[in-house]
Design a protein around this ligand. Structure first.
Ligand SMILES: [Zn+2]
Length: 286
């Protein structure tokens, strides 16, 4: 259950962030949900009514694992999922607000989100590591080769021609190398493509992390839950513990910091917490 953070915690977070010249942002699904890209509730019902009726789907997260009976059915769902989460939305206000803070600083972003919101909000691609992929790209589902293919046009065509939750067969993509099925560039198993650009981003991220050991930095963790805590949550705790870099953890469900981790945790809706921290820091100063 979420409860609002105390004013004292907001003031502490403001103090840490205000003084930071370098900042490492780590973000998870909770950030995009707070920004407006909720995977359930009204937004899901509004965008997926025919799919809810046909398949009994309850939210976009579990729908992503639905055992579709055909490629036409799979792409019928995924085209809509990719469109509403990746291609349709502009940069959301919460991401813009984070960018307004980060652009004044030497920063880097590591995120499990695949919606490209950081990039849309103006974060530089060379300061971003999207570990889990990008909804906007396709890969060979068998990962027979490591090329990635932008999917915006294809997805738009699929949406325009979806009937009864199915795309026409001629729009089902096939791998140009092995002829097998294609998939959204999203880590679901060991066949996720880590191409040269992905590895370069990983390298830049590691370099930034190594720099934290030498130069003071603040770790700002945003909406990172327990689906994949090994990517951001645990490494950030370990880094804070090892270097003394303070961790500012904003989380709707669980913002506690373990024993020995310096920093502050604020529990609540990040869309409310962030302005609270900004105003605690004094308008215009961050
Ligand atoms: Zn292939």
């Amino acid at each position: 259950m979420a409860c609002s953070a105390s004013g004292g915690d907001a003031a502490r977070a403001a103090e840490l962030l205000q003084g930071a010249r370098r900042v490492l942002l780590g973000a998870g699904a909770g950030l995009s949900a707070a920004a407006g890209l909720s995977y359930g509730g009204e937004r899901f019902a509004r965008n997926f009514a025919p799919f809810i009726e046909k398949y009994g789907m309850t939210d976009m997260y579990s729908a992503g694992f639905y055992p579709f009976p055909s490629e036409e059915a799979r792409w019928g769902y995924w085209a809509r999922h990719v469109w509403v989460n990746r291609h349709e939305p502009d940069a959301l206000p919460l991401y813009r607000a984070l960018h307004a803070f980060a652009r004044e600083r030497d920063g880097f972003v590591v995120t499990t989100n695949v919606d490209a919101q950081f990039e849309k909000a103006g974060f530089l691609p060379e300061r971003l590591f999207a570990v889990q992929g990008d909804y906007g790209l396709l890969q060979c589902a068998r990962s027979c080769h490591d090329a990635l293919y932008p999917n915006r046009e294809l997805v738009a065509r699929m949406l325009a021609r979806t009937e009864d939750c199915l795309v026409p067969s001629e729009l089902v993509p096939a791998c140009p190398v092995c002829g097998g099925p294609m998939a959204v560039h999203l880590r679901v198993d060991g066949r996720f493509v880590e191409n040269a650009a992905w590895r370069a981003a990983q390298k830049r991220y590691r370099r930034f992390v190594e720099g934290v050991e030498r130069e003071p930095a603040v770790l700002l963790e945003l909406g990172v839950g327990w689906n994949t805590p090994g990517i951001v949550r645990f490494p950030f705790e370990a880094l804070a513990r090892a270097t003394g870099a303070p961790l500012v953890r904003l989380n709707y469900d669980d913002a506690r910091l373990p024993e020995g981790v310096p920093g502050v945790g604020l529990q609540g809706d990040i869309a409310e917490l962030w302005p609270l921290i900004m105003s605690a820091a004094g308008r215009g100063k961050l």
